[in-house]
Design a binder for this molecule. Structure first.
Ligand code: ACO
Length: 402
């Protein structure tokens, strides 16, 4: 029989916190989050101010290096990133090996990991700060090229090489949407919406993918290997993959006649595994400040682009139905960052399968900052314990006697 006393004698005392609901894994000076009050700050700056006034590269610099850059620092940073947007032609060849149906998140994580082969110095745990910076520039630059190419590959279009005369977001949109036979015009409304979305996703302290990056990195794994693992964690539908699922859910509700109450009831039914995607959060128990900003941005972007998307109306009705339902009120379930982001992605032409890739591009500076902080603080290897509940000891029995 299971004997907890005997087990403790053998293994010592261990704190069990499934899902790490109340376990701090690290000290960090990057992002402050108060789930009860709905506060999110990067390096002390409120998220609403950054979303309103900053741009993605400036926020990336802030997260990674700890303070807002001067104009010269920002220009140098942006220049370094622009300098590295090309990927090695052999990386390009890897695309040919993927079927056109491959999910772009799978391509993204594989190709980010493949960068270790092209930049083997990144594997050195004792690399210089200059080498680390080089890998940071490369990763921020190349993720947008790899992301855009994974989409072009999926639709069988020719790949667009990066344009270094464009800013970060404009270049990404160009690589995604330009077509050789048509003139491609950059739309400033779309560029500004993309900047805002990337900023809102840029860091969120010790969430599942970031903890993954830190845990993998704690074994002295390279930046590329650690971030590649983070991409896979983000892909899960309970994490970043929820933005794709939200869009698919809204489309399903539309096809079902738009009866949002029916879907709210379905989410409440404990015999049904369905959950309202884009609702609920481990830490925010009041509201997700990012969702508030995104909801307003979705309205603004659709108006500015002259788009009337019936899915926005369904999303608003669904939110209303859920927020007035005692099940959601009692459990403090509110729309999270993923609920309205898809409406904006859709409005600016991003295909649904690319939604989580866009999340990864946004989260990248956070992953980098957290990986770098962990290294600089010389944190020990991450190695959780467990409470063993299996057989204590038994003798091996030959196969003929089983
Ligand atoms: N729909 C219906 N019920 C829900 C939902 C939902 N979206 N979310 C939580 N609940 C219910 C649970 O069934 C549980 O009910 P119970 O107390 O009767 O058992 C209660 O609310 C608490 O939920 P937990 O799963 O224990 O909360 P946890 O903190 O572990 O999970 C999570 C948080 C994963 C975000 C969850 O709310 C969820 O699955 N949401 C849908 C997926 C989603 O939107 N993910 C994106 C999160 S944001 C991000 O990662 C970027």
């Amino acid at each position: 029989a299971f004997d907890i006393g005997k087990l403790r004698d053998q293994t010592g005392y261990v704190t069990l916190d499934s899902g790490y609901k109340n376990t701090g894994a690290t000290k960090s000076a990057i992002t402050f989050l108060d789930g009860e009050e709905g506060i999110l700050r990067y390096r002390g700056y409120p998220i609403d101010q950054l979303a309103e006034k900053s741009n993605f590269l400036e926020v990336a610099y802030l997260l990674i290096y700890g303070s807002l850059p001067t104009q010269t620092e920002l220009d140098t940073f942006a220049h370094q990133i622009t300098n590295h947007t090309l990927v090695h032609e052999d990386v390009r060849k890897i695309f040919d090996g993927f079927p056109s149906t491959a999910h772009p998140m799978g391509i993204l994580s594989s190709l980010i990991c493949s960068l270790t082969a092209f930049y083997p110095k990144s594997l050195d745990p004792n690399q210089s700060p200059e080498e680390t910076n080089l890998n940071i520039f490369r990763l921020i630059a190349k993720i947008s090229t790899i992301a855009a190419w994974s989409y072009k590959n999926s639709v069988g279009h020719p790949l667009n090489y990066p344009r270094n005369d464009l800013d970060y977001c404009s270049n990404f949109l160009y690589m995604m949407f330009a077509f050789p036979t048509e003139k491609y015009e950059i739309n400033p409304v779309v560029v500004s919406a993309l900047n805002k979305l990337l900023i809102l996703h840029a860091d969120h302290e010790q969430n599942c993918s970031t903890s993954t990056v830190r845990l993998v990195g704690s074994a002295n794994a390279s930046l590329y290997g650690s971030v590649s693992a983070g991409v896979n964690a983000l892909w899960g539908p309970l994490h970043g993959g929820a933005n794709q699922e939200v869009m698919e859910m809204l489309e399903a509700i539309q096809q079902d006649g738009g009866n949002t109450q029916k879907w709210v009831d379905k989410a409440k039914d404990k015999d049904d595994s369905f959950r309202l995607m884009g609702f609920g959060h481990r830490v925010y128990k009041n509201f997700d400040p990012r969702a508030k900003i995104i909801k307003k941005a979705a309205d603004d972007v659709l108006k500015a682009l002259g788009i009337d998307d019936p899915l926005l109306k369904i999303a608003q009705e669904l939110e209303q139905a859920a927020l007035t339902d005692p099940y959601f009120v009692e459990r403090k379930l509110y729309p999270n960052v993923d609920f309205y982001s898809g409406i904006i992605y859709r409005a600016i032409g991003i295909p649904t399968e690319m939604f989580t890739v866009l999340f990864a591009m946004g989260r990248l500076p956070g992953w980098i900052a957290q990986w770098k902080e962990m290294r600089e603080n010389k944190e020990p290897i991450g190695r959780p314990r467990q409470i063993y509940t299996g057989e204590l000891e038994r003798d091996y029995v030959g196969i003929e006697q089983r």
